[in-house]
Design a binder for this molecule. Structure first.
Ligand code: PMP
Length: 289
């Protein structure tokens, strides 16, 4: 496996960053998770735009242009000869002296990993996935905006531990106002009366690329209206269907929350249509824009 590291394709075992990298020391950096379907990089432009916005939000000046990073992504996919893959694009703050100041680190490290990722067991796509509600709220926007895809994932990791301890794979996270925000690594939607609802970015969420794909392309193609509005747990418990979206997860139906059945307790009919539409759009000619 070849990893792209600061301009060079190197073997996986030689792809290392210095221990003084502030990405390691402080979780200071940004990243993207991207998918390749049949040789096409799904929504690459949207991912690169988000990377650029995340970097700007943490005062990180990218060392490479977006064009150069795009080429690095494509070169790494080609070098690994994979037609279907998961890409992890990471920009760390780079090495510098100990101490929080990001401005002492002269050069960020840019990394492109191409690999496989399998998040949820295949049968859960058929039967639906049980989830819980995390006790830990999503970090508020004014502390660290969740729309920044930063290397600081401990808020999500600790909520994920709650899920794992409850024997499930994912947890719904509320914001500090008690509204539904998102899951630890996925966005959330509910369906009632044939309409899809999802929290707005102002609820304190990552503006998922899959979320936008579903809202702007998949749902309209299925003739299902989508609305962004703040939602509470009651909305989920009284929904006809609930589903999650993410680059690795794609679209997955939720069967229960905290042990309470959602809808019929299986993947609902509208979710199934969305999944079918998603699959057909990525199968041959996945949109890169
Ligand atoms: N929310 C969080 C917290 C995430 O980490 C992710 C990505 N794994 C998502 C939502 C989904 O975003 P995307 O569709 O861009 O993968």
């Amino acid at each position: 496996m070849k990893v792209w590291l600061d301009g060079h394709l190197v073997d996986k075992q030689h792809a290392v960053v210095p221990v003084y990298d502030h990405g390691l020391l402080y979780g200071d950096g940004v990243f993207e998770g991207i998918r390749v379907y049949n040789g096409r990089v799904l929504k690459l432009k949207t991912h690169l735009d988000r990377l650029e916005a995340s970097a700007k939000a943490i005062h990180l000046t990218l060392h490479y242009t977006i064009r150069e990073i795009e080429k690095a992504v494509r070169d790494t996919v080609a070098a690994n000869g994979m037609k279907d893959a998961y890409i992890r694009l990471v920009v760390t703050r780079g090495a510098g002296p100990l101490g929080l100041s990001p401005f002492t680190c002269p050069k960020p490290s840019t990394i492109v990993i191409v690999d496989r990722i399998q998040l949820y067991p295949p049968e859960m796509y058929e039967q639906g996935m049980p989830v819980i509600v995390a006790k830990r709220p999503r970090i508020p926007i004014e502390c660290l905006d969740p729309s920044i895809k930063s290397l600081n994932y401990l808020n999500n990791i600790l909520a994920k531990v709650e899920a794992i301890e409850a024997g499930v794979h994912e947890a719904v996270m509320l914001n500090t106002d008690g509204e539904v925000a998102e899951c630890t690594g996925d966005n959330i939607f509910f369906i009632r009366g044939g309409r899809i609802v999802t929290p707005p970015v102002s609820a304190g969420i990552l503006n998922g690329v899959t979320r936008l794909f579903v809202m702007n392309e998949i749902a309209p193609a299925c003739g299902v209206p989508v609305e962004e509005r703040s939602m509470r747990l009651e909305d989920l418990f009284t929904a006809d269907e609930v589903f999650l979206t993410g680059t690795a997860a794609e679209i997955i139906g939720v069967s229960s929350i905290d042990g309470e059945q959602i809808g019929e307790g299986r993947v609902g009919p509208i979710t199934r249509r969305l999944v079918a539409e998603f699959k057909s759009r990525v199968a041959e000619n996945a949109p890169e824009n």
